[in-house]
Design a protein around this ligand. Structure first.
Ligand code: APR
Length: 372
């Protein structure tokens, strides 16, 4: 997944470069700046002294010294003053210039903190989309593994309205594997109001569950119609007489109609949508290596997050998404919160993988894109 949002301490990241949210002097500070200098050791400050400072929005690189990362890319975010002093453009420049510098250094992976969202006061819910969209623009033209590191308890603030809408959709639709929460709520209300009635309701519920599970069917010889309130016959019907012999299937015809596999469906839809392979897998936040594996191996079975990522990138309907999931051996499930979040976005025609990942991250659910 070229852009991953993760919870971690950036000084622990084993990547080619980590980005430091520094100040214009580049001589250290608190927050992530302080953490990076503490972890890198005094040589980092020695090298920073030679750089002559850094303008807001610009980026300069040093070695990583005692850090696991080979390089530290220092950038200076804007101080939030209400948003009217070019803060959004300067913040975007921090991400863009850091990525371009990482590419010049030959980095294949890079980790960002949420620049300016600490003491510089940039509201997280405004900073996040700037970060993810600037990174996504870079990834449309370049190959690099990018991590956006969220630190500590400070959550990732997606827009409150979107978060609330998705939370409500989950609550309305998520059912545990074997309990229907809506039905449970009705039962509880009934038990509070009228015990007698609730008891009868439970008995009826119990019978209907047994009926469904054991599909009571009349015995082979024509059993009399059960009386209105008789308990359904729970015995398995005795083996009826010799089964009528079904006509042998037309194997030839069935093989011809064998469904196309997942990868054939994916490649067909890319063509039908007039996209290039690269446009599709980049929009799906899937890396090139995984896409080539899927393309060259018709029997390849991707993970569910990857199937969803392609469904969103291709802007499929819910029906087409279900079909694509089936080809990969999955079904849209109401007992999976991730599935319900995807049903919300696809059902509402919201096809931005980055925005969906921000919400999935907020709910601690797997993100869209290739698992690798
Ligand atoms: N790993 C990852 N992220 C971290 C870490 C860490 N170890 N420590 C802090 N953060 C996060 C904060 O939670 C915040 O979301 O980094 C983000 C940026 O916060 P700050 O470090 O305060 O940086 P910023 O808001 O850009 O202010 C820069 O602070 O440290 C000084 O010298 C720095 O003057 C400059 C100013």
């Amino acid at each position: 997944m070229p852009l991953q949002i993760i919870r971690n301490d950036i000084t622990k990241m084993h990547v080619d470069a980590i980005v430091n949210a520094a100040n214009r002097s580049l001589l250290g500070g608190g927050g992530v700046d302080g953490a990076i200098h503490r972890a890198a050791g005094p040589e980092l400050l020695e090298e920073c002294r030679t750089l002559g400072g850094c303008e807001t929005g610009q980026a300069k690189a040093t070695k990583g010294y005692r850090l696991p990362a080979r390089f530290v890319i220092h950038t200076v975010g804007p101080i939030w003053e209400g948003g009217g002093n070019g803060e959004p453009e300067l913040l975007a420049a921090c991400y863009r210039n850091s990525l371009n510098l990482a590419r010049e250094l030959g980095c294949e992976s890079i980790a960002f903190p949420m620049i300016s969202t600490g003491v510089y006061g940039y509201p997280k819910e405004l900073a996040l989309p700037i970060a993810t969209r600037t990174i996504a623009e870079f990834l449309m033209e370049n190959e690099m593994q990018v991590y956006l590191v969220v630190f500590g308890a400070s959550g990732l603030a997606v827009s409150l309205k979107l978060f609330h809408d998705v939370r409500q959709f989950i609550d309305q639709n998520y059912v545990d594997e074997h309990t229907d929460r809506r039905q449970e709520a009705e039962r509880k209300a009934l038990w509070r109001q009228d015990r007698e009635k609730a008891l009868k309701h439970d008995q009826m519920l119990g019978e209907s569950i047994f009926h469904d599970l054991f599909e009571a069917t009349p015995l082979a010889d024509s059993a009399p119609e059960p009386a209105e309130n008789a308990r359904p016959n729970l015995r398995r019907p005795a083996a009826a007489g010799p089964r009528p012999t079904a006509a042998p299937p037309d194997w030839e015809k069935m093989l011809r109609q064998t469904d196309e596999g997942f990868s054939q469906m994916l490649l067909r839809l890319i063509d039908e949508k007039g996209m290039t392979d690269a446009q599709c897998y980049k929009k799906a936040n899937v890396d090139r290596k995984l896409f080539n594996k899927i393309k060259n191996n018709p029997g390849y079975r991707p993970g569910k997050p990857t199937v969803f990522a392609f469904a969103v990138a291709l802007e499929l309907s819910l029906g087409e998404t279900k079909e694509m999931l089936e080809k990969a051996g999955f079904a849209l499930s109401r007992s999976s919160k991730m599935d319900i979040v995807l049903e919300y976005f696809i059902g509402n025609g919201l096809y931005n993988v980055l925005e969906i990942n921000e919400v999935l991250f907020q709910f601690d659910l797997p993100l869209l894109g290739s698992a690798a």
